[in-house]
Write a protein that binds this ligand. Structure first.
Ligand SMILES: Cc1cc2nc3c(=O)[nH]c(=O)nc-3n(C[C@H](O)[C@H](O)[C@H](O)COP(=O)(O)O)c2cc1C
Length: 169
């Protein structure tokens, strides 16, 4: 492994990464004997069509880490352009505050699911995890998914400036 220190600092690295626009998801899960968790995640991407696999990464500092390591499955909600407030809600506060007043239902295999019109959602089995740096990489095996015609929420350079018109309508 190359241990030479990089010629850039982590703030600059983060700003450079921010030039890569992404969609925004909220991931919800529950493990036996634990309260449900949910958090905003933009590191989501596709891995494989056959078998259907997706990837996302979680900070080791996440308060949801234990539940997400132990849960059997989770739901990844791709937020629509009108759900900026949902992205902000699941990126701050406590788990109880995030779910307070939030309409909830269950995905077909029982995972807690936001009862909102998202752009898409995926119910995933918690297939594999890899420790890398300050994050844990999660591979989800997709069991169910659905999509709508809603435009996506777009995250770029620490904000939502590239989100299609429709935010706040
Ligand atoms: C747009 C956006 C994308 C984010 N993406 C990620 C991500 O991919 N992985 C991650 O660990 N945190 C991500 N975060 C930060 C978490 O949502 C935030 O730290 C949250 O408070 C973590 O909650 P927890 O500690 O209860 O798990 C993102 C935040 C925002 C606003």
């Amino acid at each position: 492994m190359n241990t030479t220190p990089p010629s850039f600092d982590s703030t600059y690295f983060r700003a450079a990464l921010g030039r890569f626009p992404t969609g925004v998801t909220v991931i919800t899960a529950a493990a036996e004997g634990m309260a449900p968790v949910g958090l905003t995640v933009s590191s989501f991407n596709s891995v494989s069509l056959d078998p259907p696999l997706v990837v996302w990464s979680l900070s080791r500092r996440s308060s949801s880490l234990k539940t997400l390591e132990q849960c059997e499955r989770y739901v990844i909600h791709v937020l629509s352009s009108e759900q900026m407030s949902v992205s902000q809600r699941f990126a701050s506060g406590t788990a109880a505050e995030r779910f307070n007043g939030m309409p909830m239902t269950h995905a077909p295999n029982g995972s807690p699911k936001l009862d909102l019109q998202c752009a898409a959602w995926f119910e995933c089995a918690n297939h594999r995890r890899y420790e890398e740096g300050d994050h844990i990489i999660f591979i989800g095996a997709v069991e169910h998914c659905a999509r709508t015609e809603s435009l996506p929420l777009v995250y770029h350079a620490g904000g939502y400036d590239l989100t299609p018109a429709g935010v706040g309508k």
